[in-house]
Write a protein that binds this ligand. Sequence first.
Ligand SMILES: Cc1cc2nc3c(=O)[nH]c(=O)nc-3n(C[C@H](O)[C@H](O)[C@H](O)COP(=O)(O)OP(=O)(O)OC[C@H]3O[C@@H](n4cnc5c(N)ncnc54)[C@H](O)[C@@H]3O)c2cc1C
Ligand SMILES: *[C@@H]1O[C@H](CO)[C@@H](O)[C@H](O)[C@H]1NC(C)=O
Ligand SMILES: *[C@@H]1O[C@H](CO)[C@@H](O)[C@H](O)[C@H]1NC(C)=O
Ligand SMILES: *[C@@H]1O[C@H](CO)[C@@H](O)[C@H](O)[C@H]1NC(C)=O
Ligand SMILES: *[C@@H]1O[C@H](CO)[C@@H](O)[C@H](O)[C@H]1NC(C)=O
Length: 482
Amino acid sequence: MNMIPWSVLLFLCVAGSHAMVYDTIVVGLGSAGTTAASTLAQAGKKVLALEAMDRVGGRVNTVPFGDGLVELGAEWIHGTINSRVYETAIANNIDIVNQTLDFQFLVSDGSPADTKLISELMDFAFQVIDDPPPVPEPLGQYVTRRVNEHIKEKYPQIANDTHFIESFLYCMKLGMEGYESSDNWNDLTTFSQYEELDGHQHASWHRYGYKTFFELMLNTYNNGPGYPNLDIALNKEVSRITWPRQPAEDAVVSCSDGSVYRARSVIVTVSLGVLKERHNTLFSAALPSEKTTAIKIMSMGVIGKIILSFEKPWWPKNMTGSTFIWKAEDRKSIPKEDIWTSMMSGASVAMGTSNTLTLWLCSEAAKLVETLPEDVVKAKSMEILRRFMGRDTNIPEPTAMLRSNWYKNPYTRGGYTYDNILTPQYPNAREDLGKPLLDSAGNPRVLFAGEATNRQHYSTVHGASETGYREAMRLLNNSKKI
Ligand SMILES: Cc1cc2nc3c(=O)[nH]c(=O)nc-3n(C[C@H](O)[C@H](O)[C@H](O)COP(=O)(O)OP(=O)(O)OC[C@H]3O[C@@H](n4cnc5c(N)ncnc54)[C@H](O)[C@@H]3O)c2cc1C
Ligand SMILES: *[C@@H]1O[C@H](CO)[C@@H](O)[C@H](O)[C@H]1NC(C)=O
Ligand SMILES: *[C@@H]1O[C@H](CO)[C@@H](O)[C@H](O)[C@H]1NC(C)=O
Ligand SMILES: *[C@@H]1O[C@H](CO)[C@@H](O)[C@H](O)[C@H]1NC(C)=O
Ligand SMILES: *[C@@H]1O[C@H](CO)[C@@H](O)[C@H](O)[C@H]1NC(C)=O
């Protein structure tokens, strides 16, 4: 055992013996944690929520920018039917806007894109993803093969145009890596268990901001009073969670600032990236091997945003998004240190402002951009914008820039999880990750929620919320039984 200074020991004894015992401590106030905490609080439980960051929301982060609000993390409600997120908005009379994302294709040398051909190929590629091969294989490899076959069959006149095919597949690769938050589209599997919700796929909180979802759940919207039996502590990094083995024992949660809290149960909602980095020290006793295996074999990549604001919008009024088509020769002429700029997949118009544009990055590029100096990122981003969008327009300098840092952030360590090539071998990894740790009487005492634990709806805010509800209900069901 490590030596513990006597003052800390004394503090532990004092805190331990006199502090109140909560029904449940929720670790993390992202979508999963906020849902769990508010569900339990509404059911009358005494709840403490501990959040390491100085804000609620986790991988949702709405910030004032431009002439309104922008989202550094999640932006859309992906599917409105049976979405806990959409239903929360509607139940509170918030008018959600269905954003039409009509992406125009722009080519890296400024030449006009063959929009009809590219759209048809893209539709085909997405259909192919929904038509997986009998034996799972890496997604990139599969899409490449099927697209090549399709071109030979349907467009024989371009079948030998290797430059065009390469630039199209590179665009698909960036698109898939960004969409799935995967570091490589060949680490994605064709055997994905993801299920889309029905309804509109890009419903937006626009000028309300995604943060409104959290305010609604916590009953703090429009200066609401919150819940009297829910205590929230921000800037509270949890460093250790003990798993009570005996029914009479409490769970003990220690924080890096030395504070210690007790509860009958703990719901852990930290991301897979955080679990990968810290599960060894975060839990006492160590986690069972089925859980550590799940943590090891599952993956979470990175996606990133660079958001630029301008005096006023200079892009076409009807533009909602642009997809960048990189010609191989243009891409290869980019200096080595700027390779990340050739990994920008496009730009989109955000609905919480009228004067900002969002540039999208994935994988290594997203990681790198988090570490580069501000002026470099700004100057290079403008170069890319001017290359793709500045042919007929004199693009002015931006008034400000914001960028995400989901990889660098020690409390997220990435974008979101995806089904990787090991998924066919471990189809139950997400369930294993979400299984509660039980005491000797079989009661759930340390429970797990978060997008990573949702087999069908991982990688989304609604999926994360479902898992928070699931674990709150597990506790409520269990307490009814006793
Ligand atoms: C750039 C980006 C764009 C996205 N776009 C969309 C989108 O358009 N639509 C969509 O549905 N989803 C989107 N997502 C995914 C979505 O944001 C996540 O799936 C969801 O928010 C995850 O919620 P969660 O509660 O599982 O985890 P998190 O939000 O990560 O919450 C976990 C919380 O735990 C806290 N924590 C971590 N460690 C500790 C500790 N030691 N002690 C205490 N607290 C700790 C963290 O600070 C965090 O607040 C996007 C994500 C990113 C990064
Ligand atoms: C592709 O082949 C056709 C004949 O089938 C030929 O006319 C055309 O020039 C070739 N294009 C390229 C890019 O090689
Ligand atoms: C958005 O789309 C959903 C589902 O398709 C629909 O139910 C809803 O009414 C639409 N909202 C608006 C404001 O049109
Ligand atoms: C926008 O309008 C222009 C000019 O009217 C048109 O050429 C273009 O196709 C439109 N773009 C979209 C994405 O609708
Ligand atoms: C809790 O009980 C409800 C109603 O019986 C059930 O639908 C749900 O699956 C249970 N949840 C858990 C996690 O046990």
